[in-house]
Ligand binder design. Structure first.
Ligand code: S3P
Length: 169
């Protein structure tokens, strides 16, 4: 099986769903943010502050390409699709599922968020970032799943259905 890769904006539930899905499928789970933190031995806000977003993106792309393209579930950071090269990788090597969440719902979920540097900015900037990424997520996705008002069980079922469907096809 190709690895299943979850993409989507911050707060779309990639990590939570990814862990549950990996459990269900009995495969390993990876999270690009977690891999970066282990490798650089620093948390994400620390990397943004001391090294800047550009370096963070380089680390992100590097850990992403090292993750298995078969038999795993991968949760990515919301900005993985900023790089054209990563988008090509998503399209070529992975079964990519976009967890699409409305901006309103993301605002609700991240209302007390402190650890995401790009959420810690003016509302206009956050909205602009959200809007500008939509077409990039969609461009890479084999499957789009809407997450607003869905339980984790419902989301799990949707992803599993799409995996079964792609096996038949
Ligand atoms: C980012 C999303 C974060 C993390 C970093 C940058 C982004 O991951 O990679 O703060 O650019 O959207 P999550 O999507 O898991 O929050």
């Amino acid at each position: 099986m190709k690895s299943i890769c979850l993409i989507g904006f911050m707060g779309s539930g990639k990590t939570t769903l990814g862990k549950a899905l990996a459990d269900e499928l009995s495969v390993n789970f990876f999270d690009t943010d977690e891999e970066i933190v282990k490798w650089r031995n620093m948390d994400i806000p620390g990397i943004f502050e001391s090294e800047g977003e550009k370096n963070f993106r380089e680390y992100e792309s590097e850990v992403f390409k090292r993750l298995p393209v078969n038999d795993a579930v991968i949760a990515t950071g919301g900005g993985i699709i900023e790089s054209r090269n990563n988008r090509e990788w998503l399209k070529q090597h992975l079964m990519t599922v976009y967890l699409k969440t409305s901006f309103k719902e993301i605002q609700r979920r991240l209302s007390f968020e402190q650890n995401r540097p790009l959420w810690n900015q003016e509302m206009n900037e956050k909205k602009r970032l959200y809007e500008s990424r939509q077409r990039l997520y969609e461009e890479c996705a084999n499957q789009i799943i809407h997450t607003d008002e869905k339980t984790i069980e419902e989301l799990l079922r949707s992803v599993q259905n799409s995996i079964n469907f792609s096996k038949q096809g």
